[in-house]
Design a protein around this ligand. Structure first.
Ligand SMILES: [Mg+2]
Length: 202
């Protein structure tokens, strides 16, 4: 796998490997809670709302041959604001409603010095190994700089959904758009038809 170097599209994917779309959770699959133009994660069940069009977007990505892997930082667990159980229940519900293939959660905060908290690429690399994912033909979709940086470090393409948060990007994504639906259009346009047919055969 081409981790950490040229992240151009590969036109020949090893037969046993699949591409994935790594989807951030808050702001990408469910609505982020926005205060003072800054995004926050859901802290109660009533905060959890699937973003309009997310079901259709996930179904389209799946039909293009991508595995769907949700990758989410949940530092409020480490901070004691929410429980691991709450996050697990919310994530299971999202995964069921959107037919996701896998979920990866980082429960740490910066002080924990883990390998998984985005912008570190640990969740993508671990899921990539576990699910036999070709990272170099995979895409990370996120709404914050940490998502984009993690995707770049993992050797994936990156799509930034720009909601105009009061938070600068720290690296340049491959594509910037305004919604998950628009992100899917770009991913579809970038996906070699040869690779799609290979994925469908496997
Ligand atoms: Mg987010």
């Amino acid at each position: 796998m081409g981790i950490g170097h040229d992240c151009g599209w590969r036109h020949v994917t090893e037969a046993s490997q699949r591409p994935a779309v790594f989807l951030d959770r808050d702001g990408v699959l469910i609505e982020a809670i926005v205060w003072d133009n800054k995004p926050f994660a859901a802290t109660s069940p009533e905060d959890v709302r699937i973003i309009d069009g997310a079901r259709e977007a996930c179904a389209e990505l799946s039909s293009l041959g991508f595995l769907l892997v949700m990758v989410t930082n949940q530092p409020d667990i480490s901070r004691g604001k929410i429980s691991q159980l709450f996050v697990d229940q919310v994530n299971a519900d999202i995964a069921r409603k959107l037919s996701l293939d896998a979920v990866r959660v980082c429960a740490h905060d910066d002080r924990d010095a883990c390998l998984c908290r985005k912008p570190k690429p640990g969740m993508m690399i671990e899921a990539g190994a576990a699910l036999n994912i070709d990272l170099s033909s995979s895409v990370v979709v996120g709404d914050r700089w940490r998502d984009i940086e993690a995707g770049k470090r993992a050797g994936c393409k990156t799509v930034f959904i720009d909601y105009g948060y009061d938070e600068p990007l720290r690296s340049v994504p491959d594509h910037t758009t305004s919604s998950l639906r628009q992100a899917v259009f770009w991913i579809r346009d970038q996906t070699p038809s040869q690779r799609i047919s290979e994925c469908h055969k496997n």
